[in-house]
Ligand binder design. Sequence first.
Ligand SMILES: NC(=O)c1ccc[n+]([C@@H]2O[C@H](COP(=O)([O-])OP(=O)(O)OC[C@H]3O[C@@H](n4cnc5c(N)ncnc54)[C@H](OP(=O)(O)O)[C@@H]3O)[C@@H](O)[C@H]2O)c1
Length: 196
Amino acid sequence: MTIGIIGAGNIGVAVATTLASIAATIANSRGPESLKDSVRHLSTIKAGAREEAANADIVLIAVNWSKLPAAVAGLPAWDGRIVIDANNPVEAPLFKPVDLQGRVSSQVVAELVSGARLVKAFNHLRAEVLASDPRTDGGRRVLFYCGDDISAKAEVGALIDQIGFAGIDLGTLAVGGKLTQFPGGPLPNQNLVRMG
Ligand SMILES: NC(=O)c1ccc[n+]([C@@H]2O[C@H](COP(=O)([O-])OP(=O)(O)OC[C@H]3O[C@@H](n4cnc5c(N)ncnc54)[C@H](OP(=O)(O)O)[C@@H]3O)[C@@H](O)[C@H]2O)c1
């Protein structure tokens, strides 16, 4: 199983950090040369082109909301591969909520990556919390995930467990997406630890 990460800012690098010994390719808009410093300390993470990251079996996308269309434009067909949507429909520095016309943000992202099996995850914690050791306080930090494709969700749930978090399946995108979405949901920034 190969992993790609599109977006190498706060969340992209935090996820790369949590992958620890798992190999992945990470990309931004400016090309691999610009990422040398960001990945130097991450031995299994390779800086690559956007197309290379997008070619993986599982592709996590963590890009500023308004830049998502450009970040996925012109990529090869998804052909049922998994996309993890780590995005929230809001942008620094104004954090003005986006009008989603009644949908959850992942339903909007799913349309941008038509043909992929989309799972929402890695979006409810601040990047610095996400990047810190998931084995903490005698338990494992909780990561929520949700999606409409059962098998894609199972694969992402297994990855979440493998890297040391306690995954909690919140159901469909419509239900789970609403719970974890920032702004609006009740779960963003809830830094929970499952004991035992
Ligand atoms: N920050 C948090 O604590 C946090 C928490 C939860 C969820 N989120 C969500 O995660 C997403 C990313 O946030 P962030 O804080 O990581 O943002 P960020 O630090 O600003 O990083 C954004 C990344 O997206 C890349 N990017 C922009 N346009 C691109 C394109 N066309 N192709 C490839 N890469 C492109 C940027 O690359 P360049 O610099 O080369 O343009 C940069 O590496 C957002 O949707 C945000 O709402 C953030």
